[in-house]
Structure formats: structure tokens, C-alpha cells
Design a protein. Structure first.
Length: 222
């Protein structure tokens, strides 16, 4: 969902789908984020969990990158690869309430911000749908990044705004640090890495995060 090259802005259906329009994110002209938050009543009390009011329940909006890690599945559905990291807040929020917003900001070409508001679902390695979904991402080698889930987002609303205050910035290259860090991990060591992180199996707010132990990678991702 990069900035349009024709200078005319996105012609997206602002109600519930992409209306068949091309979303050319193979051109590095924008950055994306995935925003989610727990429900206001999701805080729980235990020795490890603090009660939080709706105003202080933590939300998350992690930036996304790596060419080939996003795909349009149909006119109302997009997906992205969820790679290894030290937190799993988005997974936890989606398991709890399913709400998610994806946002792309154009840094080159005409100013534009595109948001996809919808319902998301983490599809884990042991889900029978996982191999078929993974086949939709032919441009990236998931074994280099500790793939732990595929986030599938069904759009309820797609809209764009002007982005007039977004600065110009130039894309240089994907960072190779993530691949270098996680390419050396196998399933067992990756599971150990996740188990040693405080907020992977459990979110900051005490919600269930990434299910552990980590299932083995299917043959298509091994």
C-alpha cells in the first residue's frame, strides 16, 4: 500500500474492500505500522499482572518492514509475516479481541496515508492453513527470520487521508540485522529464545501471547 505513482491519490473503496486496485508495496516508498490494543476490561489480577484502567491499557503499533513480507489475499484480506522478536503484543491483542489497524505513510511521491481497519487473526505454525498462506509470500525466505505466525487481516474499512505533514524520506535498503540474528536459530533454540523473553508467551498486560512450545516449522518453511 505504497504511495500512488500517478499523483492522483488512492481510489480505494472507503467502505470495506480494496476494490481490485493495485497496492504496489514492492516499491519502497512508504512505511507501515500495525496498531492494536487490549479491550478495556481485559486487565487481569495476579501476582504478575497489574490492573490497568482503559486509559492505561497498553496499545502497540510496531513498524513493519522487509520486502515481500506483506500480501494481498483478496479484495478484503491482507496478510503479513510475523517474525521473531522480544514481544508479541499484536498476537496477544488479536487473540483477545481481533481489532487491528494497518497504516501506510508515503515518504516519496504524492502525500498519502492509507489505513485498513479490520479484524485480525494470528495463524500459527501448526494451523492447517499455515502452509497455504505461506505460499503467498514467494519473495522472502522465512527461515532467515524466525517466522512464528502469519497475521491475516480482514478489512472492515479502507480509507486514505492527505498526509500533507508527512516528511520526505528516501529508502536505501532493508536492514540485514534481523536475518543475521535469527538465521542461526533452529526450532528448539528459537523456542528457548521466546521462553526467555518476559512478554512473548504473555503480553505486557497479562494476556496470552505466542503459544509455546513453538510448533516445528512446516516443511515449506524449514
Amino acid at each position: 500500500m505504497h504511495a500512488p505513482a500517478n499523483g492522483g491519490g488512492y481510489s480505494l473503496d472507503r467502505r470495506n474492500n480494496f476494490a481490485g486496485y493495485s497496492l504496489p508495496w514492492e516499491r519502497h516508498t512508504s512505511a507501515s505500522k500495525a496498531g492494536s490494543a487490549p479491550s478495556s476490561n481485559s486487565s487481569r489480577s495476579s501476582s504478575r499482572r497489574r490492573h490497568r484502567s482503559p486509559a492505561t491499557a497498553p496499545s502497540t503499533s510496531p513498524p513493519k518492514g522487509l520486502k515481500g513480507s506483506l500480501a494481498v489475499l483478496d479484495e478484503r484480506t491482507v496478510a503479513y509475516l510475523d517474525f521473531a522478536g522480544s514481544n508479541a503484543e499484536t498476537i496477544a491483542h488479536l487473540r483477545e479481541n481481533g481489532r487491528i489497524t494497518l497504516m501506510w505513510c508515503a515518504f516519496q511521491g504524492p502525500p498519502n496515508i492509507v489505513r485498513v481497519h479490520g479484524r485480525g487473526e494470528p495463524v500459527f505454525r501448526d494451523d492447517p492453513r499455515f502452509p497455504g498462506l505461506l505460499a503467498r509470500f514467494p519473495e522472502i525466505d522465512p527461515t532467515q527470520h524466525g517466522l512464528r505466525a502469519i497475521i491475516v487481516v480482514h478489512a472492515d474499512l479502507v480509507r486514505d487521508t492527505c498526509g500533507f505533514a508527512v516528511p520526505f524520506m528516501a529508502y536505501e535498503a532493508d536492514r540485514d540485522l534481523h536475518g543475521k540474528r535469527f538465521a542461526r536459530e533452529d526450532d528448539a533454540s528459537l523456542n528457548t529464545y521466546f521462553e526467555n523473553k518476559e512478554h512473548v508467551a504473555t503480553s505486557i498486560d497479562g494476556l496470552p501471547g505466542l503459544p509455546l512450545p513453538l510448533p516445528p516449522a512446516p516443511p515449506s518453511a524449514a
